[in-house]
Write a protein that binds this ligand. Structure first.
Ligand SMILES: NC(=O)c1ccc[n+]([C@@H]2O[C@H](COP(=O)([O-])OP(=O)(O)OC[C@H]3O[C@@H](n4cnc5c(N)ncnc54)[C@H](O)[C@@H]3O)[C@@H](O)[C@H]2O)c1
Ligand SMILES: [Zn+2]
Length: 361
């Protein structure tokens, strides 16, 4: 599959067993004599040897940097540790950095690739569903700052994305289900037939049927790529553009932060989508049956539609920047007036926002 961004366009290869092809594909696309792989302490023991073997089979001298698994690595300190090792190895300008891991490794290695020597080629080998269908496509890279997530980052498109769907077999079931939230999001914002496909294939998806996984990832990457091709840098403020991908995320991020990250990102997004659907019913005339349909699908895929941890609604409203004096939320929400389409909802009545959040709290 091709992501069409003029001179920054790139291929996404999707299917079982593709890790074995990384060396050849990197050689064809970039042709380096050396490469540096960044991975984490969970993924490295599972897949690093296979990746280094395919590089060396193709004559590419590969070395690895392993960071501790977890969001804490997406930090200034984590980044400096990578720069130190790139410096020690004298990683040069035409040599790619290859991310092997989930969204944490992808964002961190991608930001290192965007900034080392003012930018070196970047290759993504995502290993979580979240990274397969969201983080690895679109070119956003970032690290966190104590003041907030993803505050320091850059747009740096990969030269190649290789998604080996077999890697999903070792992923914890909870992490797999969390990734499905982004898939439901993509279907709701753009693609009603894809929503139907999820409904018809929920059992196969949850049992990791190889054909279903390939199709799931392929259709998601196409939707994300289409949105990104239309608005690479989220600059279209009048139309919804790339911001459509934020559906369920404004409230979801507030829930994620309040829950102190005891919820997975995808679980918080599932709750955020239920609240956004409720806002859509209240303020934009989405039929109640459509809201119920998406809630039913989320539950069938193992995602929460009610928070498993208690949520503090007034605190969430504050986090969302509501202003009690004007009795409205000073925030824009992406809502769906009908499934498959999105629109902005600006400053909804506070009572509607409160009710929408109370639905999942
Ligand atoms: N750049 C973007 O556009 C974008 C989009 C969405 C999310 N993100 C970022 O992605 C991050 C979340 O990504 P994530 O959900 O992949 O989390 P993650 O990278 O932390 O991976 C989740 C866990 O699974 C482990 N793991 C990864 N692959 C595995 C495998 N195949 N088998 C067994 N264990 C495996 C990891 O070590 C980790 O413990 C966040 O930091 C988020 O901000 C970025
Ligand atoms: Zn997300």
């Amino acid at each position: 599959m091709r992501v069409d961004l003029a001179e920054r366009g790139y291929d996404i290869d999707i299917g079982p067993g593709l890790l074995a092809t990384v060396g050849g594909r990197v050689f064809e696309t970039i042709g380096p004599s050396r490469a540096t792989v960044v991975t984490d302490t969970n993924v490295g023991p599972l897949y690093l040897d296979r990746l280094l073997d395919t590089l060396s089979d193709t004559g590419i001298d590969g070395a690895a940097i392993t960071v501790p698994a977890g969001e804490e690595s997406k930090s200034v300190d984590g980044l400096i540790a990578i720069y130190d090792q790139l410096a020690e190895r004298r990683h040069s300008r035409d040599e790619p950095i290859i991310a092997l891991g989930g969204g944490v490794v992808g964002d961190l290695a991608g930001f290192a690739a965007a900034t080392w020597l003012r930018g070196v080629p970047f290759v993504q080998c995502p290993t979580t569903l979240e990274a397969d269908i969201d983080a690895s496509v679109g070119g956003k890279t970032a690290i966190n700052h104590p003041a907030g997530k993803n505050l320091v980052g850059a747009f740096h498109q990969p030269r190649l994305v290789l998604i080996d769907t077999d890697c999903l077999k070792t992923l914890a079931p909870r992490d797999f289900a969390a990734g499905l939230a982004e898939s439901v999001k993509h279907a709701v914002i753009r693609d009603v037939p894809f929503l139907e496909w999820h409904e018809a294939n929920a059992t196969k998806i949850r049992s990791l049927n190889p054909e279903s996984l390939t199709e799931l990832v392929r259709r998601n990457c196409r939707i994300k790529a289409d949105v990104v091709e239309g608005d690479e840098r989220e600059e279209r403020s009048e139309a919804v553009g790339r911001a459509a991908l934020n559906f369920g995320h404004t409230i979801g991020h507030a829930i994620e932060a309040q829950a102190g990250y005891s919820l997975r990102h995808g679980e918080a997004v599932s709750l955020g989508m239920v609240a956004a659907l409720d806002l859509s019913v209240r303020c934009r005339g989405l039929p109640d049956a459509d809201r119920a349909r998406v809630e039913g699908l989320l539950a069938a895929l193992g995602l929460p539609v009610n928070s498993p941890v208690p949520l503090d609604v007034p605190d969430l409203l504050t986090r969302l920047g509501t202003d009690k004096k004007v009795r409205a939320a000073r925030v824009r929400f992406v809502v769906t007036p009908r499934l498959g389409a999105v629109d902005w909802l600006v400053d909804p009545p506070l009572s509607d926002l409160e009710a929408a959040i109370a639905r999942v709290a």
